[in-house]
Ligand binder design. Sequence first.
Ligand code: MEV
Length: 438
Amino acid sequence: MENYINGFSKFSKEKKIDWIAQNYFAEPNIAIQLIKSYWNSDEKLQQLHDDFIENTITNFYLPLGIAPNFLINGKYYTVPMAIEESSVVAAASKSAKYWSERGGFKTTVFNTEKIGQVHFMFNGEKAKLDAFFSKIREKFYEDTAHTTANMQKRGGGIVAIELIDKTAVLENYYQIHATFETKDSMGANFINSCLEQFATTLKKEALIYADFTSQEKEIEIIMSILSNYVTNCIVRVEVSCPVTDLAEKNIPNPQEFAEKIIKAIRIAEIEPYRAVTHNKGIMNGVDAVVLATGNDFRAVEAGVHAYASKDGQYTSLSHAKIENDLFSYWIEIPLALGTVGGLTSLHPMVKLSLEMLEKPSAPQLMQIVAAAGLAQNFAALRSLTTTGIQEGHMKMHLGNIINQFEASVEEREAIEHHFENHAVSHAAVVTFIDNLRK
Ligand code: MEV
């Protein structure tokens, strides 16, 4: 109970920082100084960030990198990526350039629908519930008209409202399963507002429905919430080229290379331990662009991994084949993204990222994000099946180790020069720095 605190959210920012510093840090003044050193000197900008969440004490930096040369459906993009992992932007850039010389990424958005559900309990006759639902279906549309009007103007709105019987798996459990089109917005607030109105309408109408018994009138709403499992919001991205065109300085035998990539993917298709890491590599690219463009990467992660298990076993999201000497390689993933609303019009770096992408529509952003995922997967598989992953990783990691030792400009030059021809490991760099400083 020592550090239990009441009414913390009501404290001023200064008081919150003071409380944290006094309670958790051996040297409170140093902690306060560090926290404040990450404040933006532009007070208005800082206030904007403070207001994104509750109890903000400072900012938490992530690098924003850019990966150029993403040729997607014949158009070049420079892709912003917010990520801390040292090799990701380098890998994406390398893959993008490689595939830009081989026709680029070809993408297709299959659909852009989102799903939301009202989960409720009905203790009574199913046939009566069906009849009631048909009778009040129009009411759901009428009662949400104030919420849907603007969305309809943009070409979106409620696509379908269904009653689903789940009583075989949970006693008395039914759902209103609704499908929405939210155009360029991610649409979470829109969907949840509609769903909560559906729940109110359902309950209210049940209470006055003459055919229901008094027990049937007492529908119990459990919750109303969108689903992040967006199986109707799917994008596919593919690269392909004749096998011989895969050749490059470091790919002397393209046939062998292609076959090894395909075997690596087969392993991820059948072996969940590998599939999770394989897909994590895809998400390195996906999340970095999702984050840079102000989208909800937790939602994307949850939906993508669920999709990877849709056939009952967790499996690879990417696939590859050779057919008539043509190597093709693709992923298909669900991505519910927005390019308007939410953080997209608030966060200056998000606005910058979207402008860098030439203000894409949500479907265009789905294609860019998916291409970043495929690029990342290709870079990982290429390293894994040829040099091994550590060579590239450790080269990128070298910079972090140098920073950790606060190397001078001369020391940095000497270290970088030495490790151009020597294997990088933490221990080897430390020994080299020690010898330099002796
Ligand atoms: C590391 O962040 C991602 C990889 O592990 C992905 C993979 O193994 O495919 C390299």
